[in-house]
Design a protein around this ligand. Structure first.
Ligand code: ADP
Length: 625
């Protein structure tokens, strides 16, 4: 690269190009949000400057009145959004406005379909921020200087949003960022004072720093011919009675970078020994990076109205990482560091109380119709709470929902309370089965006896479920039991005596034939229709967990399981008459292999299985079977 002062032309990262196309095509019907995004960035920049200035007051350069200014020119068809926040260095401009520094971006784009309608819904989960400028502008010029750098270290960035941009180092007296939008022909209507004011009022009223525009009526706080067009007060500090649902919704969009409305929220002011305000939201859809362990948006921490940090685990546990909002306290020092946060009593109490608030919020959702939506979006994350948050385990368990053998409709779920309430007389346990898909578990042979006796079984098909059940071993004093557990007492029934008595010779012969592959072979009391299934000893890892760990690249040793046979099944009976040891061995292998297939497992030698099966079928056909 040439020296820094020269103007250079660069190409956008390919993801940015994709994003720009998408933004321009899919957000057309909602164009005015461009202003909200730019004002939101300006307000974040003010937050960052304030935070940085805590340790270096000189960064203010004598100008501590942080504000956003919006100007426009009808003649030129331009809008200017200017802030005196933190600004950007040349490297930052290139990184922030030419690439997308969000992990999971590539993955996100691979989910896009190219169908503008569908994709516009997805884009909401992603957040477009600065790039929203190109919805209305065909040229965007950013001039900025980072606080603390010299006046010769200003930067100008310019692009038509088509694939390339230029950057050059310029002289800039003022710290902060100025963005000039040259409006597209069909977006000139936005270069209008009335229109801009209205948009600010609608989307940015809650922004805590003043947004100033050229004065119009002159009857407001005038400042050299300019007037403030928003409330300019940290929204969470305002009394609840003053705030409308729309205020809450707009503020949510600002803190969360989400385009859709939140599902619900709770605004709490605590006074007394500990003083803090929290405004916590539950989104209505999962953000694209919910599964990224490092995703940072989350709850913002403010100390005495000064923004300190984003998404700190010290504020809310990881299993509530979908919660958005702010916590503002007077009980932490302004110069608080991560280290201080990690062992701070005040913060511990705030965190504990906030967890309870959020759980309360989810509980109230659970009572209403929105819960299905919540559960679909965040159920998997909430399950982690059972594993991580011992103190609230019961409370979280109450919020869990599961597919079940009694809920045949797609998407229908049951709570543990409802399960317990409809247990059979004399049923001692809550039964469940784990597997890698709902279809696999729903059709599993292990469920046959439960179905025959009309006993409900919970169907657990998500990876996290394997960990969930190792932590949630009982609920409401009822143990949770896996239906593949070898020691499981199959639910008692009067007709047990009718089980055909075994020719124990067959069991012994199969055991000998499969000695390498199974720990034992025994008569089953859980099968009614299938000939065989595999069960695991109580201490053993379930086959599903083994598979999950292997898929995650772990080296898990093969554990031998117990093969259970349905001695009444015609295929098993057939074996009694097979004298030829080779043929017998093939039969035994088939029974073992089909048991693996039925539980969603993979065979070591699938072609061998097919060959054996075809041989057997041909032999039977030859016998006229
Ligand atoms: P997001 O705000 O979601 O991170 P954006 O695309 O809106 O994404 O912005 C990317 C980055 O560019 C921001 O995170 C911020 O670091 C920087 N940025 C954008 N606007 C400004 C601004 N007005 N002042 C300083 N930095 C800014």
């Amino acid at each position: 690269m040439s020296t820094e002062t020269t103007k250079e032309q660069r190409g956008f990262e390919s993801e940015v190009r994709q994003l720009l196309d998408l933004v321009i095509n899919s957000l057309y019907s909602n164009r005015e949000i461009f202003l909200r995004e730019l004002v939101s960035n300006a307000s974040d920049a003010a937050d960052k400057l304030r935070f940085a200035a805590l340790s270096d007051d000189a960064l203010y350069e004598g100008d501590g009145d942080l504000a956003v200014d919006i100007d426009f020119s009808e003649e030129l068809g331009t809008i200017t959004v200017r802030d005196n926040g933190i600004g950007m260095s040349r490297e930052e401009v290139i990184a922030n406005l030419g690439t997308i520094a969000k992990s999971g971006t590539r993955e996100f784009f691979s989910h896009l379909s190219g169908d503008a309608q569908k994709d516009s819904q997805l884009i909401g989960q992603f957040g477009v921020g600065f790039y929203a400028a190109f919805i209305v502008a065909d040229k965007v010029t950013v001039t900025t200087r980072k606080a603390g750098l010299t006046q010769d270290e200003g930067v100008r960035w310019e692009s038509d949003g088509k694939g390339e941009y230029t950057v050059e180092t310029v002289r800039r007296k003022k710290r902060g960022t100025e963005i000039v939008l040259t409006l597209k022909e069909d977006a000139k209507e936005f270069a209008n004072g009335w229109r801009l004011r209205e948009i600010c009022k609608r989307y940015s009223d809650h922004v805590s720093i003043p947004i100033r525009m050229p004065a119009e009526g002159g009857d407001k706080d005038e400042d050299k011919g300019r007037e403030v067009v928003n409330q300019a007060q940290a929204m969470w500090t305002r009394p609840k009675a003053e705030l409308s649902d729309d205020d809450y919704r707009e503020f949510y969009k600002h803190v969360s970078h989400d385009f859709s409305d939140p599902l619900t929220w709770v605004h709490t002011k605590v006074e007394g020994k500990l003083e803090y305000t929290s405004l916590l939201y539950i989104p209505s859809q999962a953000p694209f990076d919910l599964w990224d362990r490092d995703s940072s948006h989350g709850v913002k921490l403010y100390v005495q109205r000064v923004f300190i940090m984003d998404g700190a685990e010290e504020l809310l546990p990881r299993y509530l990482r979908f919660v958005r909002g702010v916590i503002d306290t007077n009980d932490l020092p302004l110069n608080v560091s991560r280290e201080i946060l990690q062992r701070n009593k005040a913060l511990d109490s705030i965190r504990g109380a906030s967890v309870k608030k959020v759980l309360g919020l989810i509980e109230s959702l659970a009572a209403g119709e929105d819960y299905a939506r919540f559960w679909k979006a965040f159920g998997r994350v909430l399950k982690e709470g059972v594993i991580e948050d011992f103190a609230n385990r019961e409370r979280i368990a109450k919020l869990l929902r599961f597919a079940s053998t009694r809920e045949p409709e797609a998407g229908a779920v049951v709570s543990l309370d409802d399960y317990v309430a409809r247990m059979q007389d004399g049923q001692e346990a809550i039964y469940y089965i784990t597997g890698d898909s709902l279809q696999t578990v729903r059709n599993s042979p292990h469920l046959e006896v439960f179905r025959a006796r009309d006993i409900e079984v919970l169907l657990l098909d998500e990876p996290v479920d394997e960990w969930l059940v190792t932590h949630l071993t009982e609920y409401g004093e009822k143990p949770l039991k896996s239906v593949v557990d070898a020691e499981l007492e199959a639910p008692a029934a009067a007709d047990d005596a009718e089980q055909p008595s075994a020719d124990s010779g067959v069991l012994e012969r199969i055991k000998a034939a499969l000695a390498e592959r199974v720990a034992d072979v025994r008569a089953s009391r859980r099968l009614t229709d299938s000939p065989a299934c595999l069960v695991s000893g109580g201490e053993q890892m379930s086959a599903n967990l083994e598979r999950l760990l292997r898929a995650a690249g772990q080296d898990v040793p093969e554990t031998k399981r117990i093969l259970e046979l349905n001695l009444g099944h015609p295929l098993v009976r057939l074996l009694e008459d097979v004298a030829d040891e080779d043929r017998f061995g093939n039969w035994a292998a088939l029974l073992y292999e089909q048991s693996i297939l039925a539980e969603g497992g993979k065979l070591d030698d699938p072609a061998g299985f097919v060959r054996r099966m075809n041989d057997m079928v041909q032999q039977l056909a030859a016998q006229g079977a």
